[in-house]
Design a protein around this ligand. Structure first.
Ligand code: ADP
Ligand code: MG
Length: 330
């Protein structure tokens, strides 16, 4: 199967008073057609910046660099201006945390989607309407014929997110990026949307990038996981392998601080002490060293760890793991 997406050495910098500050630093990952990748990490770790780079929608002040972002033979790093129109929405579509941002409040659900379809491809009104009904159906939008005449403000958060998903599906993309797309929803609705995304991935053969700070949801999505910390990828591997056998001290910390059914007064959550470093303050060393309980004296402050294998397709960037293996990071 051809590789759909190959991101090599992606960095994103903003200019600061003391020079360029990297908010994403040397991140690489691959995604095959029909695969899913979960990107997890605390707020500010650079997850959204990575997604925005894949659509060419980073803020104007951001400088994106890297070896390549290969998308089915096209280098997205070299894509500019009008050429993005062939990719954005049509081949790669994004679903945001806040569906209202993607929806025009003054236009009915039906017309939002027919307008998007007709902007991307030549078709009659009837064809666009038929496709609208089809994608709303795929997104599990209920009582279609009647409710697609609604305005976004007349819908619940969960239904608005289903409209945003239908909009994302409308031009038949091969990759959908969901950036915290379930974060604002009630837990039960969140579960429904995660189930829907997974089903769409399987049924349509879509590749999916699912961004979350919730490792429970990562397990529901499945596929591969990339854990990010302060702009760096620190651990990558099959989701279930990484969650069952976390090998970076940060992933351990994230799992300990994640609410589970076992969390109780006798087994309390343990938030990771301290705060993530400010972008630009990391220097050459390990990004996690200021909070790391198993820091390797001298080494972690001086150099960034390369990747060490922790299993099949499972890699960790940690000096302690490279030195002492699993026992060292527990
Ligand atoms: N326009 C901007 N100018 C400078 N820094 C920014 C800008 N937008 C985002 N950042 C910084 O980039 C970092 C990564 O942000 P983001 O990708 O949104 O994180 P996440 O999605 O993981 O919460 C953060 O430290 C944030 O402060
Ligand atoms: Mg974000």
């Amino acid at each position: 199967m051809p590789c759909a997406l190959n991101v090599e050495n992606l960095s994103i910098r903003f200019s600061g008073r003391d020079g360029d500050i990297a908010v994403v630093d040397d991140v690489s990952f691959r995604l095959e057609a029909g695969e899913s990748l979960v990107i997890a990490g605390e707020s500010g770790s650079g997850k959204s910046m990575v997604c925005q780079a894949l659509l060419g929608i980073v803020p104007k002040a951001a400088k994106v660099s890297g070896t390549r972002i290969d998308w089915n033979g096209r280098d997205l790093l070299a894509t500019t201006g009008e050429a993005w129109r062939a990719v954005r929405g049509a081949e790669i579509a994004m679903i945001f945390q806040d569906p209202t941002a993607a929806l025009n409040p003054l236009i009915t659900v039906e017309h939002q989607i027919t307008d998007a379809i007709r902007a991307h491809r030549k078709c009659t009104k009837d064809e666009a309407r038929a496709r609208t009904i089809e994608v709303l159906g795929m997104a599990g939008f209920p009582e279609l014929e009647h409710r697609m005449k609604s305005y976004p403000s007349e819908l619940s958060g969960g239904l608005r997110q289903r409209v945003a998903i239908a909009l994302a599906l409308s031009c038949a993309p091969s990759l959908i990026i969901a950036d915290e797309a379930t974060t604002n929803l009630d837990v039960s609705i969140q579960a429904q949307i995660v189930t829907l995304l997974r089903r769409l991935k399987d049924q349509l053969g879509l590749a999916l990038i699912f961004v979350t700070h919730d490792l429970g949801l990562a397990a529901e999505i499945g596929g591969k996981l990339m854990v990010m910390y302060a702009g760096h990828a620190v651990e990558q591997g099959p989701v279930l392998d990484v969650l069952a056998d976390p090998c970076h001290p940060y992933t351990h910390g994230l799992l300990r601080s994640a609410p589970t059914l076992k969390s109780s007064r006798t087994n309390p959550l343990q938030p990771i002490p301290g705060q993530a470093p400010k972008p630009g303050s990391i220097g050459k060393g390990s990004p996690f060293r200021s909070r790391c309980p198993v820091v390797v004296g001298g080494v972690c402050a001086a150099t960034r760890a390369g990747w060490t294998s922790a299993g099949e397709d499972h890699q960790v960037a940690c000096h302690r793991f490279a030195l002492d293996g699993r026992e060292g990071v527990r």
